[in-house]
Each structure stands twice: as C-alpha cells, then as structure tokens.
Ligand binder design. Structure first.
Ligand code: ZN
Length: 234
C-alpha cells in the first residue's frame, strides 16, 4: 500500500503518527510525508530563510529514517488558509504520493495551521481523482481512505481507533529528535521538553488499550468509500 501523512509543520507527523508509519514501513508499505508549511518563524535568533532551510533539512533527515518520501509544500508558517492556490498545492502533493490511506490533522486541533491543513486535505479527497483538475502529477484512480490524527496534547479529540506503537516507539522518538531546532524553540518559548511531551501523550493513549505506547485516530466517514470497504490500521 501507499501511505501519506500530512502535517502542517515539519514535525507534526512525527509527533502524531510516526509510530504507525513505522509499522506500515515494516510491512513494506510505501510512506510519504507531506509538510504544508516551511516552519519559517520558529527561531529566536535566525532569519526566516535560515530557519526554514534548517527545518527542511531536519524533516528530510527524519523521513530518511523511514525511507519515506518528503513532499515539501513551503507555505509560510502560521498562514495556512483554504484558498484555491493552497488547495491546488495539496492536490498536487497528494497525487504525488498517490495514497491508499491518508493521515490528516483533526479540524479540532489547537493550531490554526493544523485545522486548516486538516480541512484542506479532507476537502482534496475527491478533487485528486478528477482528471479535468490538472496538475503535474496525473489524477488518482480512487479516493484515499482518510484518518484524522490525534490532537497535540490529546485535547478535543475522542479517539476511535488506537495503534499499539510500543514496538516502533524508538523509531518515532528518533524521528522527532531530528527536529532539533523545533525542540530548542519550544524549550525557549514554552520551557517544554519536546520528546518527553510526545512520550507522555503516547503513554496516555497506550493506557487506554493496556499497552506502553499508542497513537490515536478517527476515521473520516464520508461518501464515497474506497473499494467499498475500510482499510484497517496496522
Ligand atoms: Zn504543528
């Protein structure tokens, strides 16, 4: 299968579903990670261009751990809006990955970029299959199955499916650790230990199903359904 996870910022996919992606990768599935923004405001000292360049390198280093393809859209951080241009960028990115299953932000998450990116991705589900909406990559033959990822902090999100990621948690931590500049930024602005914060959420979700670490999801229930059936999580 082909799997695509779409994050608003360079580290979001790692935080919310990298353990699940690592399980797919172990099964031999093809993984793509799409990042909507270039993360160009997350530094107390560097210029926008400098921090964007570092964040791109860190995202690539993280994707390389899984052997995943990185699709970098490059919208300015904090300014994701549902416009015609943005929707076309998402359609192009999704077609590039041609996913069977797509993971997107919950439209109830805390950050406006997360909410917008999640909603735009869901709204692109059908247009990616429409031939007359032309992009560099050709249209997909079917709509992808879509799952919403947990929210950061687990707030305003009622999990429906859990994936036990105890056996891939080390890979998830390694991937998130590649986002060194983000960890430094969060420490600077909120006094937060980033990898520890992620670990606490995955332990909390793990407790719900009696395992050490888990990631939580909700399926997006919408017409039409791919292949007339649900693609189950790993
Ligand atoms: Zn984010």
């Amino acid at each position: 299968m082909k799997i695509l996870a779409i994050g608003a910022h360079p580290d979001d996919v790692e935080f919310l579903c990298a353990g699940t992606l690592a399980k797919y990768a172990r099964h031999g599935d093809e993984i793509s990670i799409m990042v909507a923004t270039n993360g160009n405001v997350g530094s107390p000292t560097l210029s926008r261009e400098e921090i964007a360049s570092i964040r791109h390198e860190e995202a690539q280093a993280s994707a390389d751990i899984l052997g995943a393809k990185l699709i970098w859209i490059g919208i300015d951080d904090e300014f994701v809006f549902s416009t015609r241009e943005t929707r076309m960028q998402f359609i192009e990115g999704i077609r590039q990955a041609d996913p069977d299953v797509m993971f997107v932000h919950s439209p109830t998450d805390y950050h406006p970029d997360h909410r917008a990116a999640g909603q735009i991705a869901i709204d692109c589900r059908i247009p990616v299959t429409v031939p007359l909406i032309e992009t560099l990559h050709t249209h997909m033959s079917q709509v992808p199955d879509v799952y919403m990822m947990d929210t950061v902090g687990g707030l305003s999100f009622e999990p429906e499916r859990f994936v036990d990621v105890s056996d891939t948690f080390t890979i998830k931590s390694e991937m998130l650790s590649r986002h060194k500049s983000q960890a430094e930024w969060l420490k600077h602005i909120y006094g937060m230990e980033y990898v520890e914060f992620m670990s606490k959420l995955s332990q909390q979700r793990g407790q719900s199903i009696g395992v050490a670490h888990a990631e939580a999801f909700r399926r997006v229930l919408m017409y039409p359904v791919r292949n007339g059936r649900t693609t189950e999580l790993p």
